[in-house]
Design a protein around this ligand. Sequence first.
Ligand code: ACO
Length: 327
Amino acid sequence: MSAIRRSVITGCGSYLPETILTNNDLAKRGIDTSDEWIVQRTGIKSRHIAADGEYTSDLAAKATLAALKHADVKIEAVDIVIVATTTPDSTFPATAARVQEKIGMTRGFAFDVQAACSGFIYALTLADNFIRLGQAKTIVVIGAEVLSRIVDWKDRSTCVLFGDGAGAVVLQAQDGKGDKTDRGILSTHLYSDGRYYDFLCADGGVGSTQTTGYIRMEGKEVFRHAVTNLSKVVDEALLANDLQPDEIEWLVPHQANMRIMEGNAKKLKLPKERVVITISRHANTAAASIPLALAEAVADGRIKQGQLIMFNTMGAGFTWGAAVVRL
Ligand code: ACO
């Protein structure tokens, strides 16, 4: 094997808004739901909600500063900032430009990625390609959302599912041997199928209705496709790295539904303790959910340097994907 350049995660950070809304709080607010229904169907118990005047860029900037501190990397060393989000501060410019300003970064470049809940893995893939091609040495990849701003609080079938938050990782170029023992991103696998656009979408948009719209979802269809697509993409990721399922030490999945994550873990023959689950406290934070979960498990010492992690996700588009990473 010849030496190749790898994108190594050298720092993680996260930020969650202060306000916590429990399932019982939702019921108290007049939403026709119950803690029992939500927990049983999804695993969600509470979610964080951004304060008035607190934007995606605020959450993203705080997560970024935490990740840079964790990696011991100075802002001046960052070449690129990529923000994956479905809830940008403005229609334009990119939220990433606002993050660049808020963290005091005056060089390099910044842009957003829109791939709904798959945004973090899409952004990670782009960052990995910039690093492998030698176009950047240090990149911050962020998933950040204020989904509470685009849920229809009158639609109980969706408003109970989502939350706000941000997670970030610092990627740095390092040379590897080119095999699965290397630290860094070993492979990423992305898919989308636009035939399913309408099954999970906002019912508005700047180019169509000149409104942002609210989240609409055919929950059963999303569930059905998630199970099949995630299973296939996980197999592909294992095969691409010559890995057996039991070599994966941690599954850090997109946090959409407890039952989907449990099904995934079973397929990888991973005990529940090896799956990072934050859905009960974070709900579905779309592009933010994987980096939030990763940052939490690294901070509390569960995931350690050198361990092999599988990320996987499924979201609107439909989009889906997986990544195999050695921390
Ligand atoms: N509280 C109480 N009852 C409710 C609620 C609620 N919050 N929401 C719906 N119900 C009722 C429905 O009205 C329905 O009642 P009925 O039988 O009298 O008509 C009943 O509960 C069952 O509703 P379903 O929609 O059939 O419930 P289902 O078992 O499909 O669960 C859920 C819904 C949890 C959304 C599930 O379909 C799911 O998890 N889907 C996948 C979602 C997902 O993975 N999303 C990820 C992508 S999201 C993203 O990427 C942005």
